[in-house]
Design a protein around this ligand. Structure first.
Ligand code: SF4
Length: 252
């Protein structure tokens, strides 16, 4: 069973394809919690949940009442049909962690149908879950934004950094790039070495750094220190346009 949390048509707000009109499918569930990001979300049952800026798409226990159960690829394709979109519009699969469904037949069928119709498919993933490129060749046609979690997520190292998975995705996918969420404080606390210990698993893959934060205020506070860090290291700075424009509003 797959869970779809929300879908919306917007522009890509971060990473290599910032500004590109894209239809987003946000899937429910994640293999991490990332409580270190410190975002709080009030659940429908009145519980304050700590996590990342999409805790409402991560925490099944308190939020799944609002998630849409999906039993067939057709249901997902009907979502696409209900929009009046430009042909071949980009599709972004995000979450939560969309790759928790990587081996689900319904999910794979959905990807194959999107690819057959000429859509560019991008995964927003924490790059910690194995993808079987041989069994499901459609993944070789996809783009992967590898948002590997840093220690500021408070997730254990062996869970958040899987060198074998990073290498496999970067080597087999149509395209991949790293995308890190960074706060001003981490820049002073040995972040440099941490990033290098991750990108060593695929040294030729482009690196994008974006300001951490679930609100416009937090993103803005982290922006300038991060730009200075990118200038020193030669990494690409990526804004988080959707948060800067729409702040904490969801589905935009
Ligand atoms: S891996 Fe991503 S979606 Fe999952 S809890 Fe961490 S930041 Fe949120």
């Amino acid at each position: 069973m797959l869970y779809l949390v929300e879908h919306f048509y917007s522009i890509q707000g971060e990473g290599r394809y910032t500004g590109v009109p894209s239809l987003f499918f946000r899937f429910g569930g994640c293999n991490m919690k990332c409580e270190g990001f410190g975002c709080e979300e009030l659940s429908p049952d009145g519980v304050k949940v700590l996590g990342c800026d999409t805790a409402y798409a991560v925490n099944k226990e308190h939020f799944s009442k609002n998630w849409i159960p999906i039993n067939s690829a057709k249901e997902l394709l009907l979502v696409l049909k209900q929009y009046d979109l430009p042909r071949h519009v980009d599709i972004v699969l995000t979450g939560g962690e969309p790759l928790i469904y990587a081996n689900d037949p319904v999910f794979v069928e959905f990807l194959e149908a999107l690819h057959a119709s000429g859509h560019k498919i991008t995964f927003e993933t924490n790059a910690s879950l194995h993808v079987d490129f041989e069994k499901y060749p459609v993944y070789k046609e996809c783009i992967f934004a590898l948002s590997v979690k840093l220690s500021n997520s408070d997730e254990p190292l062996n869970k958040r950094v899987r060198g074998d998975v990073i290498y496999s995705i970067a080597s087999n996918a149509k395209e991949a790039f790293f995308k890190f969420s960074i706060d001003a404080e981490s820049i002073t606390l040995g972040l440099e070495e941490e990033i290098e210990s991750i990108i060593v698993h695929s040294p030729k893959t482009l690196v994008y750094c974006m300001p951490l934060g679930g609100s416009k205020e937090e993103v803005e506070a982290n922006t300038e220190p991060l730009i200075e860090f990118c200038k020193v290291k030669g990494y690409n700075f990526s804004d988080r346009l959707h948060i800067r424009i729409w702040d904490q509003n969801k589905g935009v």
